[in-house]
Design a protein around this ligand. Structure first.
Ligand code: NCD
Ligand code: ZN
Length: 349
């Protein structure tokens, strides 16, 4: 095979994933562990992961759902509520249980009803996190029903993020799953303590995908995909080589029946073909040489964690994506379902 058809790179990490719980966890976690060495695990279970004890127990359930030799490290996060306790959070961070805290504005997305209703309610927590160097992961959307759903991320920057940074200028912040040119510009203009993750799907679809020939629930996620101009801004940011942008899939599986419904859940399940999807985008942008930085280096450098030593291979080869992954009530439609991809993940080396 010509060398341009094989990409050998440092093993990547996923800095934002929903692994779920119970049968769904057992069905999906292997897909993430196959491609990634570590993952920042979202805490939006029901009930959410709000204490050290809950995070330890969830971490054990994740590891128990994998082969003992999977070599996968879940990095746990604490779900912030109005009543979050700075001492409990510091205790979890110091013990190596919590890697970061996740802020969901209340009612912004799936299982966010216990989220923060007003950023002022967690000022003491943010103060402590700034002091101990613990990253804050933001679901960056306002929830005001007067604000159009396509504008909620840009309005979040104005109404919340600028204030948080003014009050806590040294706080480490990851603006999660950015979807707009405004968010890209904001991250580029701020200091090195502010970074962003970018999903595979926001690099590939614009908002038309949800309405192509009819309503397409499998392309619905939050933050919702935006106009083409925003997709192009994300592609430029991801492939720019900037250390402020790194991989976070936001893989968010929901059973087929929960998506194909009168009120379908938000979330795209991209874990099974995540690296193939990113490789396709970077290839199209002529930036395959920058994929390793985005996928395997910028994230750990931001979090202050060691780089992985293992390696993976991606090959240029046709790769058929099935219509369904998993069986029975755990069957989920993956991102790229029914497509023939031109890249294939070929295990670690
Ligand atoms: C996520 C989920 O289903 O948990 N859904 C999504 O559309 N991304 C929640 C989230 O990250 O917003
Ligand atoms: Zn998410």
């Amino acid at each position: 095979m010509p060398s341009s058809d094989v990409l050998l790179m440092r093993r990547p990490d996923d800095w934002h994933v929903h692994l779920r719980d119970g049968d769904m966890l057992r069905s999906v976690v292997g897909h993430t562990a196959r491609q990634f060495a570590r993952a920042i695990v979202m805490p939006n279970l029901s009930p959410p992961v709000t204490s050290v004890a809950l995070a330890v127990a969830y971490r054990m359930r994740i590891l128990a759902a994998l082969d003992p030799d999977a070599g996968f490290e879940p990095l746990m996060t604490c779900y912030l509520t109005d009543g979050a306790d700075p001492d409990e959070i510091e205790r979890g961070f110091a013990a190596g249980v919590f890697t970061a805290c996740k802020l969901y504005p209340a009612h912004a997305t799936t299982n966010s009803e216990h989220g923060v209703t007003d950023i002022r309610n967690i000022h003491r927590v943010l103060e402590r996190m700034q002091r101990i160097g613990m990253p804050l992961l933001l679901h960056g959307e306002v929830t005001d029903h007067g604000v159009d759903i396509f504008d909620r991320e840009a309005v979040f920057i104005e109404r919340v993020l600028l204030k948080v940074l003014a009050d806590f200028p040294a706080l480490k912040i990851v603006f999660e799953h950015v979807t707009t040119a405004e968010a890209v510009a904001f991250v580029e203009q701020t200091g090195p303590n502010v970074a962003a993750t970018i999903t595979p799907h926001h690099l590939r679809i614009n908002r038309n995908a949800m309405f192509e020939g009819g309503i397409r629930p499998h392309f619905y996620c939050l933050p919702v995909a935006k106009r083409e101009v925003h997709r192009l801004a994300l592609r430029r940011a991801a492939t720019s080589g900037s250390a402020k942008f790194f991989l976070g899939t936001d893989s968010a599986p929901h059973a087929v029946g929960k998506k194909e419904a009168a009120c379908g859940c938000a979330g795209i399940f991209n874990a099974p073909f995540a690296m193939e999807s990113y490789a396709t985008t970077f290839d199209e942008e002529g930036a395959l040489d920058r994929l390793e930085g985005f996928a395997s280096e910028h994230g750990p450098n931001f979090y202050g964690l060691p780089l992985n030593t293992g390696r993976i291979t991606l090959e240029r080869a046709s790769n058929v994506v099935p219509e369904r992954v998993g069986t029975g009530s755990e069957a989920v439609t993956p991102f790229h379902a029914g497509e023939i991809m031109r890249w294939r993940f070929a295990e670690g080396a």
